[in-house]
Ligand binder design. Structure first.
Ligand code: E4P
Length: 219
């Protein structure tokens, strides 16, 4: 399973990339706004820290604009940048055109299995269903991941299912059980996934015992 960071904060990206298990990064216009920095400069820096796919989102709403922006971003930014496109009819056409150009895409803002299937048919490299935002409406976002994974099993689709809008470690654990190919999550969730009180307690006790081994001159 691929683990992506969902942030435009380069300090966080450096921290998690340092663990050696970061497979990619997703950004969106809101995350770029939060960074307070220039869009292209930030994506360029992110792409220099992480060699995996870095999603940069188009902001045009019409097909022509999305395709132009996608081609421009691909031409100006490092090779590992992929183009994030909203799941609209215009976005589907843009995905199809960019895919024919050989450009990798991530179709975002997916809230139903039918949207995911259509994005896959358009050639999306990644399809991004948003779990947390569905939970926020009082429904179960994880059911959508299950429906999508069933659909993928039925039709043997090539696009990777990128679980997005992840709000807590249990979302990631459930995605692992359902076989989602990728999860994108904030740095906080990477830290939560790695933390276990028994690891900390076990390490403390090994260190205390080792100090006594040394004191006894046996190390
Ligand atoms: C995914 O690519 C999106 O950037 C992200 O997961 C959205 O998450 P949010 O619902 O927490 O904003």
């Amino acid at each position: 399973m691929e683990f992506f960071l969902d942030t435009a904060d380069v300090d966080e990206i450096r921290e998690i990339a340092g663990w050696g298990i970061l497979d990619g990064v997703t950004t969106n216009p809101s995350l770029i706004k939060k960074s307070g920095r220039d869009f292209k400069e930030t994506v360029r820096e992110i792409a220099s820290i992480c060699s995996g796919p870095i999603s940069a989102e188009v902001t045009a709403l019409d097909t022509y604009g999305m395709v132009e922006q996608g081609r421009e971003l691909k031409a100006e930014l490092p090779e590992n940048v992929i183009i994030k496109i909203p799941c609209t009819p215009e976005g589907l056409t843009a995905t199809k055109i960019l895919t024919e150009d050989g450009i990798d895409t991530n179709v975002t803002l997916i809230f139903s299995a039918s949207q995911a299937l259509m994005a896959a048919k358009a050639g999306a490299t990644y399809v991004s269903p948003f779990i947390g935002r569905i939970d926020d409406t009082g429904h179960d976002g994880m059911e959508l991941i299950a429906e999508i994974m069933n659909t993928w099993a039925n039709y043997n689709l090539e696009s990777k299912v990128l679980a997005a809008s992840i709000r807590h470690p249990t979302h990631v654990l459930q995605c692992m059980q359902l076989g989602a190919h990728t999860a994108t999550m904030p740095a906080k969730i990477f830290r939560q996934l790695m933390k276990h009180p028994l690891t900390d307690r076990g390490l403390d006790s090994f260190m205390q015992d080792w100090a006594e081994v040394k004191k006894a001159g046996n190390a």
